[in-house]
Design a protein around this ligand. Structure first.
Ligand code: PLP
Length: 265
């Protein structure tokens, strides 16, 4: 008998941010906070601080496949979270990895820009995600600028982007943090045609890693078996609190506080 039941395992395929605000560190912290075990699989390395990204390098496909296969052969993966992929080849690599996990919910955060605006992949990577990964993702979580790139609608509203993207998607959450409305409107478009709006108060300042926090938390909630709408609400609420309690460890954007201060005792 197994006397050591484990927390749900979430395979994270994301980039590494050495400033610790975004990427795999964000995934690990958010998943710990949800009572999940993160399996952090590196897709890319970045050079960045809390202000912006200056360079990145995508890992060799063989290395990413080997990491993911080692995890999948050993751990019961309950959900997968995608972050920065960085190249069209990496999109294909993820597709290959997902073939081994056909019934596992996939949360796709189509990362193309750092919080400071620097590129983390060409727009072609976004188009490849749209064609290849959105169809197999339980939910995609673009912010409005990312949704505009994916939809090829540079000035499009969330609704216009959703109309263009929904044929590719199962479910789509377009977050509104990058807008300038007084309230933030996060819009969830479901495959059955229904829509849920989640509104929250806009907090002052810029944040680094908010999208990663949201997508990982959502993957964690799905790994626990929570239904999609409830999981989205939980993930948005948690992410908002991490931003409210954010820290300024460097000269740039705030970093979400994803774990309580006394987490390590
Ligand atoms: N993934 C990596 C590795 C990053 O470096 C970044 C931003 O710098 C992101 C994802 C996206 O960050 P955010 O959650 O701020 O959109």
């Amino acid at each position: 008998m197994n006397s050591h039941p484990s927390r749900p395992v979430v395979l994270c395929l994301s980039g590494h941010d050495p400033s610790g605000g975004a990427g795999l560190q964000a995934d690990i912290e958010a998943l710990l906070a949800q009572g999940c075990h993160a399996a952090p699989t590196v897709t890319a390395l970045t050079v960045q601080d809390t202000v912006n990204v200056s360079d990145f390098r995508v890992l060799d496909r063989d290395w990413v496949l080997a990491q993911a296969r080692a995890v999948i052969a050993d751990l019961p993966v309950a959900a997968v979270k995608l972050g920065m992929l960085g190249s069209v080849e990496m999109v294909e690599t993820v597709l290959e990895i997902m073939q081994a996990l056909p019934d596992v919910p996939l949360v796709c955060d189509p990362v193309l820009r750092a919080g400071g605006g620097g590129a983390l992949g060409k727009d072609d990577v976004g188009y490849a995600m749209r064609e290849r990964l959105l169809p197999i993702a339980a939910v995609a979580t673009p912010n409005l600028p990312e949704a505009r790139i994916l939809a090829e609608l540079p000035e499009g509203s969330a609704d216009q982007c959703a109309e263009k993207l929904l044929p590719f998607c199962q479910n789509l959450l377009i977050t509104g943090g990058h807008g300038d409305e007084e309230q933030i409107h996060n819009r969830l478009y479901l495959r059955d045609g229904s829509r849920h709006d989640f509104t929250c108060v806009r907090l002052p300042g810029g944040y680094h890693g908010s999208g990663c926090t949201l997508a990982s938390t959502l993957a964690g909630r799905l790994a626990h078996g929570e239904g999609l709408v409830s999981a989205v609400r939980t993930a948005l609420d948690y992410t908002w609190r991490t931003l409210r309690d954010a820290e300024a460890p460097g000269r740039g954007q705030f970093v979400p506080r994803r774990l309580p201060l006394d987490f390590c005792g």
